[in-house]
Design a protein around this ligand. Structure first.
Ligand SMILES: NC(=O)C1=CN([C@@H]2O[C@H](COP(=O)(O)OP(=O)(O)OC[C@H]3O[C@@H](n4cnc5c(N)ncnc54)[C@H](OP(=O)(O)O)[C@@H]3O)[C@@H](O)[C@H]2O)C=CC1
Ligand SMILES: Nc1nc2c(ncn2[C@@H]2O[C@H](COP(=O)(O)O)[C@@H](O)[C@H]2O)c(=O)[nH]1
Ligand SMILES: [K+]
Length: 478
């Protein structure tokens, strides 16, 4: 990456401060761009879901990995639970989505409580292991809440074999005008479901899979307690990537934790952070990190900069840390502050191998929280920071009241925020589609057919607030 002006800017920059200049391109189509990362994680998309309790759970993990990204299960989840999540995710189908299953005698009220957990907004009614119908929210409206789903379900109109070709499945769904197809095995047992968009996506994305063909998943450990024990348990559970995570990554406690993890000889990439400068990046790599996580204070749930004055505008932080990591043959993830697809493109141009997203993905069907509606009927989910009073109270629940009170004083995150679902993009895959379209397009504007080429060829300029404002679309006249 190079700056448009010969003299580099005199102050640090964040995503909104910069823009990319189009260059001559020999890349004929946006579909010719390869978005695979080269950081050893096996991700085919440069997207990582942040290790935040309100965002990254098993549903998020299976959905993002099916499209090629990676979710990090947070450090606050007990390792026995993480082991269950890893086993669940690795058993998921690479093409079909995991449906909500209901027995015919279950009620409409139960269906309505569960259907919002799926972006495809339907449940499969299963009797004796075989799918016998589909029930959607529409089927449940104006029906007694205690009616049984067996009475309101519709028959399965498009039934696919487990090895169905996604392209043919798309055509079958399109011509039948039904929202969801049901896939069955040779015995007629339920395998999964597929929407028209799901079929399209199966032709465009490549799942992130391990050597055995299971979907990949990462998990985090903090720096307190017996880090080696916990990291060992996560590795035994089969995680594909280990993230050692604390607010201030360039501290002795982190370096010790990292050395302890490295001593386990993990056969998966080890990520550590967070830092925002070259010296911190080098220290983490020397202590054993393969990938360094960059970002202090850009996160949407984060109050660190307001509390402490500490942090660094994220674009400059990523640029400097990526250069330092690259010199040592390593990589960085840009963590936090992503609110538009452009931010992902700019982080990759600055040299990040992948981009970590938290809050934006909180407002989707796949995040773990329950779907709620405000007074205007808009759907939202509640999110909270991992250094918020709420998260600290959860994390320290086993400690003495005195220790909890001491730790509760250091609050650097929001405990409750509303993340609204975009009515046009309510599922995380809708956001992934949007981000990937933006990044693919950015690559062709830069004349890049891969992320390595994007970093190599990107020419970045610095803009005023007016420049940024000019780039925003206007929904009404002025
Ligand atoms: N990227 C970001 O900007 C930030 C991210 N977070 C996220 O919040 C989560 C919790 O992180 P964290 O608060 O580190 O909790 P951890 O549970 O990982 O504990 C951090 C440990 O480091 C010590 N420590 C020393 N200096 C600091 C400092 N400035 N900030 C925090 N701890 C410090 C703490 O001791 P003692 O309590 O005695 O001081 C504690 O023992 C993580 O997921 C982290 O990524 C949190 C803040 C900023
Ligand atoms: N200072 C804090 N940072 C936090 C907290 N919880 C999470 N985070 C960081 O934010 C990113 C995600 O950023 P987003 O803009 O996509 O939401 C996450 O990975 C952490 O590094 C917090 O409570 N305080
Ligand atoms: K912030």
């Amino acid at each position: 990456m190079q700056f448009l002006d010969v003299t580099p800017p005199q102050h640090d920059l964040t995503y909104d401060d910069v823009f990319m200049v189009p260059r001559h391109s020999a890349v004929a189509s946006r579909y010719d761009v390869d978005l695979a990362t080269d950081d050893g994680t096996g991700a085919t998309l440069p997207l990582v879901v942040a290790n935040m309790t309100a965002i990254s759970g098993k549903r998020m993990a299976e959905t993002i990995a099916r499209r090629g990204g990676l979710a990090v299960i947070p450090q606050d989840i007990p390792t026995t639970v993480v082991a269950d999540v890893v086993a669940f995710v690795k058993a998921r189908h690479l093409v079909f989505d995991t449906p909500i299953e209901l027995a015919p005698h279950q009620t409409v009220a139960e269906a309505l409580a569960l259907i919002p957990k799926r972006a495809h907004r339907a449940a499969v009614v299963v009797d004796g292991g075989r799918p016998v119908g589909i029930v959607s929210e529409d089927d449940c409206s104006e029906v007694d809440r205690f009616a049984q789903v067996g009475q309101v379900m519709r028959p399965v109109e498009v039934r696919l074999q487990a090895d169905a070709d996604p392209r043919a499945a798309f055509d079958a769904l399109d011509s039948a005008h039904v929202p969801v197809a049901v896939a069955v095995d040779g015995q007629g047992g339920l395998v999964g479901v597929l929407t028209r968009n799901g079929a399209l996506r199966a032709t465009l994305y490549k799942p992130a899979v391990d050597a055995r063909g299971g979907l990949r998943i990462a998990a985090a450990v903090g720096v307190n307690g017996d880090v080696a024990l916990k990291a060992g348990e996560l590795l035994d559970a089969g995680v594909d990537c280990l993230v050692v995570d604390t607010a201030h990554g360039h501290q002795d406690r982190m370096l010790e934790a990292l050395r302890a993890v490295r001593a386990l000889d993990p056969q998966v990439p080890v990520v550590a952070g967070n830092v925002v400068a070259a010296d911190g990046t080098r220290a983490l790599i020397e202590a054993g990190a393969d990938i360094v996580k960059v970002g202090v204070g850009p996160g949407a749930m984060c109050t660190t900069r307001m509390m402490t004055g500490v942090g660094r505008p994220q674009f400059s932080a990523v640029l400097e840390c990526a250069a330092a990591a690259r010199e040592l043959g390593h990589h960085v993830w840009a963590d936090g502050g992503v609110r538009h697809p452009r931010d992902v493109a700019l982080a990759l141009a600055a040299g990040a191998s992948s981009v970590m997203i938290g809050s934006w993905f909180a407002g989707t069907h796949e995040s773990p929280g329950d779907l709620m509606h405000d007074a205007d009927g808009r759907a939202f989910k509640t999110s909270f920071g991992m250094a918020s009073a709420r998260a600290v109270a959860n994390r320290t629940s086993a400690e003495s009241a005195y220790d909890r009170a001491r730790k509760g004083l250091y609050e650097e995150g929001i405990s409750s925020s509303r993340m609204y679902l975009d009515p046009l993009r309510p599922g995380v895959e809708d956001l992934v589609d949007q981000i990937c379209s933006g990044v693919r397009s950015a690559c062709t504007y830069a004349g890049a057919a891969s992320l390595a080429e994007l970093h190599e060829r990107a020419v970045v300029g610095v803009q005023s607030t007016a420049g940024f404002t000019e780039g925003r679309p206007l929904a009404t006249s002025w």
